[in-house]
Ligand binder design. Structure first.
Ligand SMILES: C[S@@+](CC[C@H](N)C(=O)[O-])C[C@H]1O[C@@H](n2cnc3c(N)ncnc32)[C@H](O)[C@@H]1O
Length: 276
């Protein structure tokens, strides 16, 4: 089949499962042919080699598998990361967490931080690139994220700045740090997710417990117990009130919530007593 015929075939297969079947057909064919998308428009009569290979990519996408798992890469902030099944695909809303944390790192002159739940390495890698003086210890409880984060950290040559540790939350961390950042699992266990998420992304990265905010609350307690000055977390759109109440009960100094670009509550910055 020629390029233009492949595109027509693919977009018909993708029409039910994708919001933008024309674009995704082009992205998958460009990936299959190891070319830029513009090549497809310049050479629409070119014969496509190994149609079966392309067909299998399109059928995976038609079955709702996320594009990022099919091509093994995801864009985040100013970088592209390797991803595979078993690791969360980094989300655009998490870029806001980076901006909030960056402001605190600058204002307070922070140089030692922990990330809980490193996943692909998205947050730690972007922060390490922005702040070359920063030392980061990043934990995860699962092996695949630790393997994928290792690969991405090496890809960017950041082994000197980021240390990975298999740990439940911060349990294995002995060092003193000034700030903790986390995008932990925060979805309630009975929440019904879209098939592209529910059927493909790791449960350990999504569900935070029966209510959803259990790990967030545990992180708040751990940070307080260790006397760590700052905590910055992403959270669910409906978790502001319970987390505000919990923070008040535990006697933190301040907790400021931020919203995402759609206006939903999406995260918080918490300062412990004694911090300004
Ligand atoms: C929502 S994902 C975030 C991944 C990455 N930081 C990002 O923003 O794309 C949460 C990560 O936390 C890890 N995780 C879940 N429970 C954990 C725990 N108790 N301790 C440490 N990591 C945990 C999961 O394996 C997953 O990689």
């Amino acid at each position: 089949m020629r390029v233009k015929e492949c595109l027509v075939w693919a977009r018909e297969r993708l029409a039910q499962s994708c919001e933008r079947p024309v674009l995704e057909a082009e992205l998958l064919l460009a990936h299959h042919m190891q070319k830029e998308r513009v090549f497809l428009h310049m050479y629409e009569d070119k014969e496509v080699q190994n149609f079966e290979g392309f067909e299998s990519l399109v059928l995976r996408r038609a079955a709702h598998e996320p594009y990022e798992y099919i091509v093994n890469k995801a864009s985040f902030y100013d970088i592209e990361l390797y991803v595979e099944h078993g690791v969360l695909i980094p989300r655009p809303e998490t870029e806001l967490l980076i901006d909030h944390v960056s402001r605190i790192i600058e204002e307070k002159g922070i140089n030692r931080i922990v990330e809980i739940g490193v996943g692909s390495g998205a947050i730690s890698i972007v922060l390490a690139r922005k702040f070359p003086h920063l030392k980061i210890i990043a934990t995860d409880i699962c092996d695949i994220p630790l393997k994928v984060a290792t690969r991405n950290i090496e890809q960017f040559g950041l082994q000197g700045q980021i240390t990975l540790l298999k740990s439940n939350l911060m349990d294995e961390i002995k060092e003193d740090v000034q700030l903790v950042v986390s995008n932990p699992p925060y979805i309630a266990e009975d929440f019904v997710l879209e098939p592209n998420v529910a059927d493909y992304e790791p449960k350990e990265a999504l569900f935070g417990g029966k209510v959803g905010d259990e790990l967030l609350k545990q992180i708040i307690l751990d940070v307080q117990k260790r006397g760590i000055a700052c905590l910055a977390c992403e959270m669910g759109y409906d978790q502001k009130a319970p987390l505000q109440a919990f923070a008040n009960e535990t006697g933190v100094q301040t907790i400021d919530f931020y919203q995402d670009l759609a206006g939903f509550d999406r995260g918080f910055i918490l300062l412990n007593k004694g911090e300004k």
